[in-house]
Design a protein around this ligand. Structure first.
Ligand code: AMP
Ligand code: ZN
Ligand code: FE
Ligand code: FE
Length: 286
């Protein structure tokens, strides 16, 4: 068996991954995975497709999302699991985020044009296939127009946080993302805290309801993963993990390599208990 059979952090073509939900499910089933979650950025479009594709197999598909929020200058990604992704209020709010992403992408393209790069917004739109537009789509557009030679170069030269064409996203506070997940029956998990590297924020967010942290992530070295697992256990937080797979050649193409740590089944059981007890305590919008 590969390095663990549970992966709670995958991206599909519904956001900025290279593989469709069906393709992801097909390979997860073929490779003997037990439980996966597609956690696309600010969209739940992959969920029903993934569930349908997994029908008849032994693969469990957990509804997931990765919400983008911002604290100061930092991007804070909040994963949501077991959300009621069909709830109209939830869908309405994430549609709004999608609209804001589109406006921002238009501004980034405008900045690139000002820098003399001949890139069209339509190209970006086409590459996004209806997904909420992220910088990865813009990087792909720059690549396809041969204005950069690698995906990474697009970020390093133009659209990275310090790049000349960068435009910040519409500001969603981490607390709003956490509430949005909890109000819709889910559990919130701070994604890749090691990338954020602001551990004090974990405790601040716990105060506003954060359920757990993503200890196991390819950008965390082994020791960091152990450290976050311990931190979670010592502070009454859940911990999860996943590969943050976006497809071969994308930023975290480590599907089968999450630095040797496995995501334990107990993590999923603990999340299930968490959402169940919240429901029972009536702490959820019905
Ligand atoms: P966005 O949400 O539109 O700001 O895009 C963020 C995504 O861009 C991240 O989730 C990564 O997949 C990707 N990304 C951000 N910075 C870099 C970088 N320096 N190199 C490669 N990919 C990056
Ligand atoms: Zn992404
Ligand atoms: Fe992320
Ligand atoms: Fe991600």
């Amino acid at each position: 068996m590969l390095n663990g059979t549970i992966d709670l952090h995958l991206h599909s073509t519904c956001s900025d991954g290279k593989e469709s939900p069906e393709e992801l499910i097909e390979s997860a089933v073929a490779e003997g995975y037990e439980i996966i979650s597609i956690t696309d950025h600010d969209t739940v479009a992959a969920i029903p497709r993934a569930i349908q594709a997994a029908e008849g197999s032994n693969l469990e598909v957990i509804p997931g999302i990765e919400l983008s929020s911002v604290d100061g200058v930092d991007d804070v990604h909040i994963l949501g699991y077991f959300i009621d992704y069909t709830a109209p209020e939830f869908q309405k709010r994430i549609e709004f985020f999608k609209k804001k992403r589109r406006e921002r992408a238009d501004e980034i393209v405008h900045n690139l044009n000002q820098l003399g790069l001949d890139i069209q917004f339509d190209t970006v739109l086409r590459l996004a296939h209806g997904a909420p537009i992220g910088r990865p789509h813009i990087a792909e557009a720059l690549l396809s127009e041969e204005l950069v030679t690698t995906y990474g170069e697009a970020f390093n030269r133009y659209i990275g946080q310090d790049g000349p064409a960068y435009v910040p996203k519409y500001k969603v506070e981490p607390e709003e993302a956490i509430n949005l997940i909890h109000d819709n029956g889910g559990v919130s998990i701070l994604a890749h805290p090691g990338i954020l590297d602001r551990d004090e924020l974990i405790f601040e967010l716990k105060e506003v309801g954060l359920g757990g942290i993503e200890a196991i992530h390819p950008f965390h070295v082994y020791e960091k993963q152990v450290y976050y697992e311990e931190l979670a256990k010592n502070h009454g937080l859940l911990f999860t993990g996943g590969s943050d797979w976006h497809g071969q050649g994308r930023s975290s193409h480590f599907r089968k390599l999450i630095n040797a740590r496995k995501v334990p089944r107990e993590s999923i059981e603990a999340m299930k208990s968490f959402v169940k007890s919240r429901k029972q305590s009536g702490n959820q919008a019905v």
